[in-house]
Ligand binder design. Structure first.
Ligand code: SAM
Length: 244
């Protein structure tokens, strides 16, 4: 050891270095540690829209009508498990992963005996070990938009590794013009913060997920409080397919 930090020799080393440019605990990105998110789930009675036990409206619309079918599903950043439970109720064997032990404990309690296997940890670390594809459906509601830009590389690698040919990827994320930061990627690194999550434009999403076919990309419906579905108009509701 010469005491000089010159350790980068592979992509993952670089991604880890970039993780470190965002102050741990200062924002929702915690470089794969549970910190910020675990605190977020301490009080289950807070009026957080996605604490309500109902599935995303577009996920339900595609699954309940049989436009998305299959045997295995993965819920990425599952939180208290509302979407994972809906998929299990529709016949999927579900794996669901979240960084936060509190979220996973809540999800397990709320799910009971339904076939959902909850895993606590960083999805990128677990992909290929605990999370083995292929999955016919990968759903993400609100995880992707909390990742720093460079982790899109890890995210695309995860989809590439785990999504079955012919499988679907469904996404809920902040839309530009609503909630979420519209600062350019470079500015996020300059400020060392994700500013509450990243807003995406439709063209950015098409470009990032260019390896998949867009089946639907629209603003989420604004679901009324009494609706059995979750929907907020500041979010994208997206459905992609990996061609067989
Ligand atoms: C906005 S919350 C949404 C929770 C849930 N999907 C829902 O909509 O009810 C985002 C979740 O992503 C989780 N998360 C963020 N980064 C993650 C990672 N790298 N691996 C696993 N979970 C992650 C957080 O712990 C948090 O529970």
């Amino acid at each position: 050891m010469d005491g000089i930090d010159r350790h980068i020799r592979a992509t993952e080393d670089l991604l880890t270095l970039l993780d470190g440019l965002f102050a741990p605990g200062a924002d929702r990105w915690t470089a794969g540690a549970a910190g910020w998110w675990d605190d977020f789930y301490t009080d289950r009675s807070r009026p957080v829209p996605f604490f309500a036990d109902k599935p995303d409206e577009h996920l339900a619309a595609w699954v309940d009508t049989g436009r998305i079918t299959g045997r295995r599903a993965l819920d990425l950043g599952c939180g208290p498990g509302r979407n994972a439970r809906h998929l299990a109720a529709n016949g999927f064997e579900v794996d669901a992963v979240d960084l936060s032990p509190r979220a996973v404990a809540w999800a397990r309690e709320a799910t009971g005996a339904a076939p959902v296997r909850y895993l606590c940890g960083n999805a990128f670390d677990l992909a290929g070990t605990e999370l083995t594809g292929p999955y016919d459906l990968i759903h993400d509601s609100g995880c992707f938009h909390h990742l720093p830009p460079h982790r899109r590389i890890s995210y695309l690698a995860l989809l590439d590794r785990l999504l079955a040919p012919g499988g679907h990827f469904t996404l809920t994320c902040f839309a530009a013009g609503g909630m979420g930061s519209e600062l350019p990627d470079a500015e996020l690194y300059r400020t060392g913060a994700l500013h509450g999550g990243l807003a995406y434009g439709a063209e950015s999403l098409r470009a990032i997920f260019a390896g998949l076919t867009v089946r639907e990309l629209r603003r989420m419906r604004d679901e009324a409080p009494e609706s059995p579905y979750f929907g907020e108009p500041f979010l994208w509701a997206a459905v992609f397919r990996r061609e067989a």
